[in-house]
Design a protein around this ligand. Structure first.
Ligand code: MRU
Length: 343
């Protein structure tokens, strides 16, 4: 299985996703600032993966914080990690989980607090893999046999602690014996599709074809795509979905062509505090990601650029939201609330 990140005695090791697919190298983050930097520079990316990395960042920070100034340093660690990327709610979920644990241990000696925070980060990691397997089990029956699955960005093992959400559904469908293949959108400008999704599906021997983003409509109209499955960075309580830029266009084209559009995500990606996707902050990334492709300039100097990293797909385009607790369908205000409350 592909290992995205792991806890070690020396720090947090993560596969460097800026160097894939040609260089498979693990980097070691020895303190919380290096973890925050790895999230910011997208050495590690994908909503659930950055949630796990943040939890590990808090744990490593707490280990190194001084006894004298522990509370203030703990706050600083959490604030630094939270300031890395704004859209994926899993980041804040992971940090909050660690903060709540710390609060619950307020009467304990710091040695115990540190030990329990480290253990918790490892639990968050293990749980994420188990959750993705459950998402896969709920999603696999929805994947039409004998057809192609279209996906956008990378919602795979690399975007999680392992197995993946959208790619977890694909993996589970293949494991269930379904005869499917995958079309992966390349996902400009950061190329998570071509660099990461194709890489990891190839490793698993899953038949995968790379297309550029502007080809998706053509293939959705052709009749060969059985369904679209993508991940999510934040889902509002009404089922609006923020995901990698370009997802909205794919969803509209899927609906236009009668192709089901599924979103696969853990409950930790739900933001029940917001009423609609309009309230989701959209990260704007550097212009250089658009004007150059990995060091090669593809636009004249001085070009004006917009580079939103995510877009918002209104709930009316979403056929179902596949979670570890089951599949939510419209009306999402009701179905997501039920899933969150566990009934
Ligand atoms: O900018 P990224 O690469 O972190 O964006 C990732 C995505 O948009 C994924 O689709 C999303 O986080 C779901 S990952 C299971």
């Amino acid at each position: 299985m592909i290992e995205t990140l792991r806890w070690t005695a020396q720090g947090v090791e993560m596969i460097d996703q800026t160097r894939l697919p040609h260089v498979e190298e693990f980097v070691l983050c020895r303190n919380y600032k290096e973890v925050a930097d790895a999230i910011f520079t997208m050495i590690i990316r994908g909503a659930p993966a950055i949630g796990v990395a943040a939890a590990m960042g808090v744990a490593i920070g707490a280990q190194q914080a001084s006894d004298e100034n522990f509370e203030a340093e703990f706050e600083e660690i959490c604030a630094t990690l939270a300031a890395t990327r704004p859209t994926a709610v899993n980041l804040f979920w992971g940090i909050d989980r660690m903060k709540k644990l710390r609060q619950s241990l307020s009467g304990e000696p710091l040695s115990v607090v540190r030990e329990k925070l480290v253990a918790e980060a490892q639990i968050v990691h293990a749980e994420d893999i188990a959750i993705n397997k459950q998402i896969g089990a709920h999603g696999a029956p929805l994947v039409p046999d004998g057809k192609t699955v279209l996906t956008h960005c990378n919602a795979g093992a690399l975007a999680t602690a392992g197995y993946g959400t959208a790619l977890g559904v694909i993996r589970a469908a293949v494991e269930a014996g379904k005869n499917i293949d995958v079309f992966a959108d390349e996902t400009r400008p950061f190329l998570q599709g071509s660099r990461l999704t194709v890489w990891e599906l190839q490793k698993d021997g899953i038949d995968t074809t790379l297309i550029t983003d502007n080809m998706a409509g053509h293939f959705l109209r052709s009749g060969r795509i059985g369904c679209v499955v993508v991940g999510a960075d934040r889902i509002a309580s009404n089922g609006d979905v923020a995901n990698k830029i370009g997802t909205y266009g794919v969803a509209v084209l899927a609906k236009e062509n009668g192709v089901p559009f599924y979103v696969a995500a853990p409950i930790s990606t739900l933001d029940m505090n917001i009423a609609s996707g309009e309230q989701i902050p959209i990260e704007e990334r550097a212009a250089s990601e658009v004007t150059a492709m990995f060091g090669h300039k593809v636009a004249p100097d001085g070009t004006k650029v917009k580079n939103p990293a995510f877009d918002m797909t209104p709930n009316r385009y979403v056929t179902g939201i596949i979670t570890e607790r089951g599949v939510a369908q419209a009306p999402y205000e009701v179905s997501l609330k039920r899933l969150v409350e566990g009934n």
